[in-house]
Design a protein around this ligand. Structure first.
Ligand SMILES: CCCCCCCCCCC/C=C/C(=O)SCCNC(=O)CCNC(=O)[C@H](O)C(C)(C)COP(=O)(O)OP(=O)(O)OC[C@H]1O[C@@H](n2cnc3c(N)ncnc32)[C@H](O)[C@@H]1OP(=O)(O)O
Ligand SMILES: NC(=O)C1=CN([C@@H]2O[C@H](COP(=O)(O)OP(=O)(O)OC[C@H]3O[C@@H](n4cnc5c(N)ncnc54)[C@H](OP(=O)(O)O)[C@@H]3O)[C@@H](O)[C@H]2O)C=CC1
Length: 280
């Protein structure tokens, strides 16, 4: 199994889970120290893991990495195309270089990894691919570059599912909403506070998701339990895209209580925090 972005967050969690199920896991990322830390963790737990330093946007390195994994481990049964990320910016402030950096990180890079895994192994032997996207439905203001890229990855997944089906390759996507992963550490303190106080009350399940809640969707899609599922997207978002403005005000009074540490958005302090966030 290959997990890109396996050195932290959701990728690290999925790598642990896959290794605990008996897979050899090849984790890919740019930072060798992060990969090494996860390698030690997995080996301490008795798992089998290898580390591969590669920027998913660099097609020569990606092609060589996939070839190395096949040479050293003999097969690739699954790909978790998880590496990615973005920074917060309004459209008016995004430079072309910044836009392209995010699109290359979240669309072109994933495309390169998927194509190489398919061409070098899965076309002949079958397999399963999970592409990570995000809660981008109806747009993602202040993360528009990432939404554009993930929307592309969503339809790339659907196209690949059909093209690869005859080779016995299933391709699906997972769309996390707000997940309390180590990835949130990359945002500054003000953004994190706003995300926690301002965003959670708008999620029907009233909390952020966990890395393991995303990881379990990934592992399910890779497993034989999902053998008739291809071209699909599993949302792991606490119902966030289904919430309509003001929905919480219509809840019965007995539901309008603190839940998982958060009060509903009608609480003045939370509204103020959310409003502050909107102004920045
Ligand atoms: C706060 C409001 C909240 C609203 C509600 C949201 C709900 C929250 C839920 C959060 C959901 C998402 C979570 C996650 O995805 S977690 C994963 C987070 N991890 C990361 O994002 C890390 C990976 N990110 C990156 O590596 C970079 O952001 C990037 C994708 C851009 C790739 O970086 P790279 O190293 O290749 O690129 P450069 O650093 O060389 O930069 C190239 C140009 O990109 C522009 N840029 C990059 N960073 C920034 C920045 N922080 N601010 C502005 N511009 C940036 C810039 O133009 C760079 O060119 P220059 O270097 O010439 O300036
Ligand atoms: N947490 C959340 O709420 C959400 C997360 N997501 C997405 O889920 C995925 C995992 O995120 P999460 O675990 O939270 O965040 P992390 O920042 O912890 O994980 C992202 C991983 O991707 C790797 N990575 C980033 N860019 C590249 C690249 N160009 N080449 C190789 N590796 C790269 C990073 O490793 P390194 O620095 O070593 O390169 C890092 O390990 C990402 O695609 C993220 O955007 C989507 C929606 C919500």
């Amino acid at each position: 199994m290959i997990v890109t972005g396996g050195g932290s967050g959701i990728g690290r969690c999925a790598a642990h889970e896959l290794a605990s199920l008996g897979a050899h896991v090849a984790i890919v990322g740019r930072n060798p120290e992060k990969l090494e830390t996860v390698r030690i963790e997995i080996e301490e737990d008795g798992g089998s893991v290898s580390t591969h330093v590669s920027d998913i946007r660099d097609e020569e390195t990606v092609a060589a990495t996939i070839a190395t994994i096949i040479k050293d481990h003999g097969r690739i049964d699954g790909l978790v195309n998880n590496a990615g990320g973005q920074y917060r910016a309004a459209i008016k402030d995004i430079t072309t270089k910044g836009f392209e950096a995010v699109v290359r990180s979240n669309l072109t890079g994933g495309f390169i990894v998927m194509r190489e895994v398919y061409n070098q192994w899965m076309a002949e032997h079958g397999g399963s691919i999970v592409n990570m996207i995000a809660d981008i439905w109806h747009g993602w203001p202040h993360f528009s570059h990432s939404a554009a890229a993930r929307g592309g990855m969503f339809t790339l997944t659907e196209s690949a599912a059909t093209e690869f089906a005859a080779s016995g390759v299933r391709v699906n996507s997972v769309a996390p909403g707000s997940i309390a992963s180590s990835g949130l550490d990359t945002y500054d303190a003000k953004d994190t506070e706003f995300i926690q106080k301002g965003v959670s009350p708008h999620i029907p399940l009233q909390r952020f998701g966990t890395e393991s809640e995303v990881s379990s969707a990934i592992v399910f899609l890779l497993s034989p339990g999902a053998s008739f599922i291809t071209g699909s997207c599993v949302r792991v978002d606490g119902g966030a895209p289904n919430a309509r403005r003001g929905w919480w005000e219509l809840q019965p009074a007995e539901n309008n209580t603190p839940f998982n540490g958060f009060h509903r958005a009608s609480e003045p302090a939370i509204l103020a925090a959310a409003h502050q966030g909107e102004q920045r």
